[in-house]
Design a protein around this ligand. Structure first.
Ligand SMILES: C[S@@+](CC[C@H](N)C(=O)[O-])C[C@H]1O[C@@H](n2cnc3c(N)ncnc32)[C@H](O)[C@@H]1O
Length: 474
């Protein structure tokens, strides 16, 4: 849907520096020759209007307007020609460093604009660019700051562009970050933090624009707290995770929150847990060997237990969860452990999976079903788990699943992460089957309301969940 503020006059501000204006206008006009010429100066593909945050990618996509198909008509020939021109410009911009997940003052990435306008082909170009970037970051092995596009010209660029941000890339889950003169970060692919639960996109404040900066602060407040986090640096990840382990957890009706108000686990995910159990244990035959990483509210473990497994191991790192597990009324206390068909077959392993799994591997344990759903960890941890531990822990005919919340605060990030995870899973020798299921958003639509009442961040915003079931290739 086009908004009345999707016009060139509202997106390229009168105070936009002339150099930036030229690039934005050429991109808006789908003038490939002019764009190519302007891109001969490094950094131009990612300039932003300091007021609106418009980048050349936003401009090239927005200028297409809503897809006629979306309004029920056939695309006119002229429209198709313009779309072809737009695709070429978008491609060129991406080739020369256009940032796929940069956000404007409305917290929209170029892909978000394409999606809103029903421009599927342009949206796909943005998704593909995101996948390439994320895979590249993955190869680089984590967050890594790149040189600015043109280090030597940095000062000149800043002056020339009235203080346009210096483009850096930060490798996390894989994300890109634009850093302003003041070192403030720009956007990141969600998914960023993995709450297992996805990532998030941060806005890039246009330099010198208090309004945008203020909005960015607001946005940062709103940044989703995915179950899987992509921290900026490993050290920061460690600090965050250690802080989480020290935090006081509160179990209330329907949710588990940490002392910062982050939702660690919520009851609305029960349907996802049920379907995950169905996918991992088709037919739910008794006597299976199950490993679950992350107890949380014990929702999935209760379901696993109902299938009467031969082995049911749970790994949980948080002392507050241990306390909850051993409290009166818990189904998973010592009586449960003692009820195992064999000693040690039902067990809560207290510790981090990173350590406990090593022991399980040394013991030669293997499982028919493994589920992974942690909190406060980076996507790199999930990847490490399925790359390094699944080959040893999963039975040859077994199934592996994980909570797929990567990038779930934004459709394009979710699409990018799905593809990235799939590529990494394949790389790890796993075939993945995605079951797309509906998420009832009626009580999840608004931050702070419905299910989100009392929860700091809305880490899930999508009406479809892609449920992964992984098996060994071949
Ligand atoms: C989202 S909850 C799991 C919810 C669970 N699937 C359920 O159905 O209730 C995540 C859990 O993983 C635990 N966790 C986080 N990091 C961990 C780690 N490295 N090792 C083991 N447990 C971890 C958290 O303490 C939390 O209890």
């Amino acid at each position: 849907m086009e908004t009345d503020t999707d016009t060139i006059s509202s997106r390229i501000s009168p105070t936009c520096p002339p150099e930036t204006q030229r690039v934005l206008t050429a991109a808006w006009s789908h003038d490939l020759t002019a764009v190519k010429k302007l891109l001969d100066t490094p950094g131009r593909a990612s300039v932003q209007d300091p007021t609106t945050g418009e980048t050349p990618l936003h401009a090239a996509i927005r200028a297409c307007g809503p897809a006629p198909e979306a309004e029920g008509g056939e695309e006119e020939e002229e429209g198709l020609a313009d779309l072809e021109a737009a695709k070429k410009v978008v491609y060129e911009l991406l080739l020369w460093g256009g940032i796929w997940n940069d956000v404007d003052d409305r917290n929209e990435t170029p892909g978000c604009v394409a999606r809103r306008l029903g421009r599927g082909e342009l949206y796909n170009l943005c998704v593909e660019a995101g996948v390439r970037a994320e895979m590249l970051f993955g190869l680089m092995g984590g967050y890594e700051e790149l040189e600015s596009v043109d280090g030597e010209d940095e000062e000149e660029d800043e002056e020339g562009e009235g203080g346009v941000e210096v483009v850096d890339m930060d490798v996390e889950n894989p994300e890109m970050v634009v850093v302003g003169e003041d070192g403030e970060e720009a956007p990141e692919l969600v998914g960023g933090e993995v709450n297992g639960k996805g990532g998030s996109v941060e806005t890039v404040p246009a330099e010198g624009e208090e309004g945008l900066e203020a909005e960015q602060e607001e946005e940062e407040e709103d940044v989703e707290e995915p179950r899987f986090k992509r921290p900026k640096e490993d050290t920061e990840a460690d600090v965050n995770f250690e802080a989480y382990l020290r935090s006081k957890l509160t179990y209330t009706d329907g949710k588990l929150v940490d002392d910062d108000g982050n939702g660690v686990m919520m009851a609305w995910e029960t349907d996802i847990m049920r379907r995950s159990v169905n996918a991992l244990l088709p037919g739910k035959q008794p006597g299976k060997r199950i490993l679950n990483i992350g107890f949380g509210m014990g929702i999935i473990d209760t379901m696993f237990a109902e299938t009467q497994p031969a082995v049911h191991h749970v790994i949980e790192a948080h002392p507050g969860v241990w306390e909850h597990i051993s409290s009166p009324g818990s189904k998973f206390g010592s009586a449960w452990e003692e009820s195992a068909p064999k000693p040690g077959a039902f067990k809560i392993h207290k510790g981090k999976w990173q350590e406990v799994c090593q022991q399980l591997v040394l013991q030669g344990q293997t499982y028919d079903a493994i589920y992974f759903d942690t909190f406060g960890e980076d996507y790199s941890q999930l990847r490490m788990f399925f790359t390094e531990l699944i080959p040893s822990l999963l039975d040859g005919q077994g199934r592996f699943g994980f909570f797929n919340g990567l990038g779930a605060d934004r459709a394009i990030c979710y699409d990018v992460y799905t593809k990235v995870a799939e590529l990494h899973l394949t790389d790890a020798g796993l075939d993945v089957d995605w079951d797309v299921i509906d998420v009832d958003m009626s009580h999840l639509a608004e931050a702070g309301k419905g299910e989100w009442e009392g929860v700091k961040r809305r880490y899930w915003t999508l009406d479809k969940y892609r449920l992964p079931t992984c098996t060994f290739l071949g």
